[in-house]
Design a protein around this ligand. Structure first.
Ligand SMILES: Cc1cc2nc3c(=O)[nH]c(=O)nc-3n(C[C@H](O)[C@H](O)[C@H](O)COP(=O)(O)OP(=O)(O)OC[C@H]3O[C@@H](n4cnc5c(N)ncnc54)[C@H](O)[C@@H]3O)c2cc1C
Length: 418
């Protein structure tokens, strides 16, 4: 088998909000960067996942820049103010423009399939694409695959899902409908938004009529007239790191889509003439592997808004967001109800450093945290903040010719916040 070899200083695998931010920040700070992505677009769930909006927040300059530049991109059109609503088509282009501007080499349609190890140190990643097989060697490797595919291959320790039984949050294919009358339409943003209609309360109708495990009604405004994003398909009991399960989940969610549209036409005011215009090419997997880092972020750290001495993400705000693991709606523990924390929390650099494996940074939703903490930091603004920190750490490591484990948190903060 003919294999190519390339070398870079920083290799980022996965281009979601975390991987994009990592690649952009590392390159902006002088590193040679390659970004590998299996899809034909940069952005992960924020674009290929057809995501509705940025939820939660975090004091991240890159996140703020994305919001600001997304608004500029839309100038003269339907929406030109700063908004957390996502236009995935515009965001795809914006991400590419930003990455090209700082000189990141982007490899789309490229799947990362193995870690190249030398003892406990990761030296590179094997990828496959139209050109064939390539080994990409790199001083620093950032795993921003969401599932931690590379960390897993490197032998980093992890568990999946809930600590008690390994069960993972459900998966969803997001889709958009057009033909909605915005003047009449209802937009329930959460499972707990109850909307009385002439035919009954909408969430209760959803639970009664929609095919299980779908059943909740989550509808989001877009920046385009008559178009609404639906977060309503639902597949439980799948493992997003297993190809058969991903296929099963895709079939399950797609089967639900026609019934959901029929339901919306019949029961949701303003949706009488709606029709599907697009669905996400990348299925939305909420939760898979949780890695064991030098520190494991916990629910208590978030509830206490703990300020870690080695923080690299600050002012992170979001609720716990655990979907019902055995059906539609919210987690049965009702964990969201008790959340009263107004102060932002921080994430320590140690959560990005897997135990034992050298040259590797965890990044985005696969950093080290418990099932419950993960349900909070998986929000995209916080993942962007984590990515920004990983990119800054990698740039410092390359510049100072040290391993990422030796990089000091203040050096990362200096690059991000000053
Ligand atoms: C259905 C759903 C609804 C959500 N709703 C919201 C919301 O409204 N607001 C919000 O802020 N957050 C929301 N989230 C959470 C949020 O979207 C994710 O947690 C976040 O996108 C994680 O960012 P990430 O960059 O870590 O990973 P991802 O966005 O998952 O990106 C990972 C990237 O890595 C690529 N990749 C994976 N494996 C490989 C490989 N082996 N080789 C090459 N490329 C690979 C993927 O194609 C993808 O582009 C939602 C999530 C889901 C699933």
């Amino acid at each position: 088998m003919n294999k190519h070899t390339i070398y870079t200083e920083v290799l980022v695998v996965g281009s979601g909000p975390a991987g994009f931010s990592a690649a952009y920040t590392a390159a902006k700070n002088g590193a040679n960067v390659i970004l590998v992505e299996q899809c034909g677009n940069v952005g992960g769930i924020s674009t290929s996942g057809l995501m509705s909006h940025w939820a939660g927040s975090c004091a991240s300059p890159i996140y703020n820049e994305i919001l600001k530049r997304s608004a500029q991109e839309s100038e003269g059109e339907f929406y030109n103010k700063i908004t957390t609503i996502i236009d995935p088509e515009k965001l795809k282009t914006l991400y590419l423009e930003m990455l090209c501007a700082v000189g990141v080499r982007i490899l789309l349609y490229t799947f990362a399939c193995d870690a190249i190890m030398d003892g406990n140190a990761i030296k590179g990643v094997s990828v496959v694409n139209k050109s064939g097989f390539t080994d990409i060697y790199s001083d620093v490797i950032i795993d921003a695959t969401g599932d931690g595919d590379i960390a897993c291959k490197s032998g980093a320790e992890y568990f999946k899902g809930r600590e008690t039984d390994g069960k993972m949050q459900p998966a969803t294919i997001m889709f958009k409908v057009g033909g909605v009358c915005y003047e009449k339409a209802v937009f329930p943003p959460s499972f707990e938004t109850l909307i009385e209609t002439e035919k009954g309360e909408l969430q209760s109708l959803g639970k009664k009529i929609l095919p299980p495990p779908s059943g909740h009604v989550l509808l989001y405004k877009t920046t385009l007239p008559g178009i609404v994003t639906c977060n309503m398909t639902n597949c439980i009991e799948i493992d997003g790191t297993n190809a058969d399960d991903l296929t099963k989940a895709t079939i399950t969610c797609r089967k639900q889509m026609d019934d959901i549209v029929k339901f919306l036409r019949e029961y949701a005011p303003g949706f009488e003439n709606c029709f599907i215009i697009s669905s996400a090419p990348l299925i939305g997997v909420r939760e898979t592997r949780h890695f064991k880092g030098e520190y494991v972020l916990t629910e208590e750290d978030i509830l206490n808004a703990k300020v870690f001495e080695d923080y690299i993400v600050k002012d992170a705000h979001f609720n716990f967001d655990v979907h019902n693991i055995s059906g539609a709606g919210l987690d049965k523990s009702g964990v969201q109800h008790g959340f009263k924390q107004n102060a932002g929390y921080t994430i320590p650099y140690r959560c990005l450093l897997p135990e034992k494996i050298e040259n590797l940074l965890l990044c985005g939703r696969n950093i080290s945290g418990t099932h419950m903490a993960h349900s909070n930091f998986r929000a995209m603004p916080i993942c962007a903040g984590i990515g920004e920190a990983a990119g800054a750490a990698a740039a410092v490591a390359v510049k100072n010719k040290v391993s990422v484990r030796k990089v000091k948190s203040y050096e990362i903060r200096d690059l991000i916040f000053n």
